[in-house]
Design a protein. Structure first.
Length: 638
């Protein structure tokens, strides 16, 4: 049975440019305060606070010091100092380089200048102050006892008050949560306006939908427990298979949570069936509405749901795509468990997209499932199908998140590309190399005109060397272009095996005379050849870009331990991707009340998300720059 897991995501810290700091003031976080509340207090936006305090994206704590834009200024600027680079500034403020270009016309063409004021955000209207009439009088409340299984949202609905009002009267709930038999204050009904629901037909959260572990007390029966928590006896048995051996005093039972296992595709009908057994989580801070997230994943149950486990195991042994889907799904479930632990007012639905790499029946999907209340859809997997869904939802506020594809697709304004495409990866790598202020050389395939055009159009400072028609490159050709005083970054921009072998051998023989680093703008299989020694690549400390962090770190170690505890196996990159994408999307859904939830960057277990609007679409520009260290480990370049 799957357990609730809380993945503790460590914050990271940064230093600040002089102008941004001078135009800000400090705020010490009080107990129970949220970023949204602080933004309202200072008449700024949550995104402006995140820009000055990137670590706040992962949550804030009591007594933490935050930088706040002063005087309600929501347009932040940075004064460029000597030796600063665009790459360094983008990392300092966790903002995409492309976004800096968009915010500063002429920057791409003219570059940085010392003393230049660089726009870090758009100038936005100052939020209006909350009317005093909505403030709660602390004299107008009554005390109630929290009953078993109750949530803040359920209590709010029952007493016809809002979640916000409960938190305002009981600030300790924001950090400590709600506990059975706890006394909490409830506004006297009728004195305050009731919070409107998102839509009239949005279903209320039931007790049974909130995961809870209970201890069986003396004289309790299955019938009494099912009635107490508003669930059926069949559900209780489904969630607790051990009940088939009878109910025992002291037994731990799960109520309100479906059993979800990787092999439940046989007959157990987990949450991926058309019946849509929903996961609902409720009661968080000032959020007014339940938000709905749909995972649209290609389980293809019509062909992957045989009558016995022997057959499903046979399918899993042969179907790589299904295994990838189930791995992504298992990671997403941990993200949902984490959201449940945070008590977010979230409803999650999992639908079978029944897609292939060729097509998906969007019309049938809309007939089969109800998307009328959906805020965000994660999926499907293939970009052509993501585009088809985006086209169908283009006139709605629903966001469509592409979780795995690196294809550019079509730039729909409601479509979010979480995977950096090849152009973004190459540009980010070049911006890093440019920021090192070294001598950059690119070795090209003479038949690949696009590579030459890439450098000549965007990076004119790069020296270009064409390999011979047969791919050969000589040591003398390379040495003639090297700088004796600075660091030389030599880019292999060819997939020809002969070019790779010649270049690596030439650089290896020159590395004791010159300071040399080998680099690639994207991973080449040619470097995996047995004719190229990996130790040589390590000696040259080869730099390469990656959309995932490829080295071990404390964050990934914690996630791996939590996943192994829940599933009995080590997470692969699809599992981690499932968690990172889902958890990042959920946190953004509830992070602030600002219109654009993609104005700030985040980092999860193995993936970063720093978005930019480009040609009408929303694209992730975050790329890791990695390198082989001399001891054959992979490290992140700083």
């Amino acid at each position: 049975m799957k357990k609730n897991l809380i993945i503790a995501l460590s914050a990271f810290f940064t230093t600040w440019g002089s102008f941004a700091q001078e135009n800000s003031e400090k705020h010490i976080v009080a107990k129970g305060e949220t970023v949204t509340q602080i933004a309202k207090k200072y008449q700024t936006t949550s995104n402006a606070i995140f820009l000055l305090n990137p670590e706040a994206v992962n949550g804030i704590s009591e007594n933490q010091v935050l930088l706040i834009p002063s005087s309600g200024n929501t347009m932040l600027q940075h004064e460029v100092l000597a030796k600063e680079t665009l790459y360094g500034i983008s990392k300092k403020y966790n903002i995409a380089i492309e976004q800096l270009y968009n915010l500063n016309p002429g920057l791409r063409e003219n570059g940085l200048q010392i003393g230049q004021l660089l726009n870090l955000s758009k100038k936005t209207e100052t939020p209006k102050k909350t009317p005093a009439a909505t403030n709660i009088s602390t004299d107008s409340f009554r005390l109630i006892d929290v009953k078993p299984g109750e949530t803040i949202y359920g209590i709010a609905v029952k007493n016809q008050v809002t979640v916000s009002e409960i938190y305002e009267l009981n600030p300790e709930l924001a950090s400590g949560g709600i506990k059975e038999n706890q006394k909490i204050k409830i506004p006297v009904s009728g004195n305050l306006m009731t919070e409107p629901s998102k839509t009239n037909d949005k279903k209320q959260t039931s007790k049974a939908a909130n995961a809870k572990t209970i201890i069986v007390e003396p004289k309790e029966t299955v019938y009494n427990i099912s009635k107490k928590y508003g669930i059926s006896q069949e559900q209780l048995l489904q969630w607790n298979p051990e009940l088939k051996d009878g109910l025992r005093i002291g037994m731990e039972l799960i109520v309100g949570k479906p059993t979800i296992k990787k092999f439940d595709l046989v007959k157990d009908e987990p949450v991926i069936t058309g019946k849509t057994d929903n996961i609902k989580i409720a009661g968080f801070r000032n959020d007014k509405d339940i938000k709905e997230l749909v995972l649209l994943l290609p389980f293809n149950l019509d062909k992957n749901n045989p009558d016995n486990k022997t057959e499903i195991n046979k399918i899993l042994n042969n179907d790589v795509f299904l295994n990838m889907t189930l791995d992504f799904y298992s990671g997403a479930l941990i993200a949902i468990d984490s959201a449940r632990a945070m008590n977010l007012p979230l409803e999650v639905k999992i639908f079978d997209s029944k897609e292939s790499n060729r097509s998906m029946n969007v019309a049938q999907l809309k007939q089969q499932f109800d998307f009328s209340n959906t805020d965000v859809v994660i999926g499907p997997f293939f970009q052509a199908n993501v585009d088809a869904i985006s086209e169908e939802f283009k006139d709605t506020p629903t966001l469509i998140v592409s979780p795995l594809s690196t294809d550019k697709g079509k730039p729909y304004p409601n479509q979010v590309h979480t995977m950096p495409n090849t152009d973004i990866v190459r540009n980010e790598m070049m911006e890093y190399l440019r920021a090192q202020n070294g001598n950059i050389i690119a070795v090209l395939n003479p038949k690949a005109a696009s590579s030459r055009n890439f450098f000549e159009s965007n990076f004119k400072e790069v020296k270009l060397l064409d390999a011979a028609a047969n791919g050969a490159v000589t040591k003398s050709q390379i040495e003639g272009m090297l700088d004796k005083t600075g660091v030389n970054y030599v880019i292999l921009e060819s997939t020809a095996l002969q070019t790779a072998i010649d270049l690596v051998n030439a650089l290896n023989s020159l590395k004791n005379t010159y300071s040399i680093r080998l680099a690639v703008l994207e991973k080449h299989d040619v470097l995996d050849s047995t004719e190229i020694n990996i130790q040589t690549l390590a000696d040259l400390q080869m730099l390469f870009p990656s959309v995932t962090r490829e080295n071990d770190n404390a964050k990934s170690d914690r996630f791996a331990a939590a996943y192994e505890q829940a599933n009995g196996s080590t997470p692969n990159r699809f599992v981690t991707r499932g968690f990172d994408v889902t958890f990042d999307v959920i946190k953004r859904m509830f992070q602030s009340e600002d219109a654009n939830i993609f104005d700030y960057g985040t980092e999860q277990v193995e993936n970063k998300f720093t978005y930019v609007n480009e040609n009408g679409g929303i694209y992730n520009n975050a790329v890791y720059i990695m390198y082989y260290d001399k001891n054959l480990t992979i490290k992140e370049a700083k």
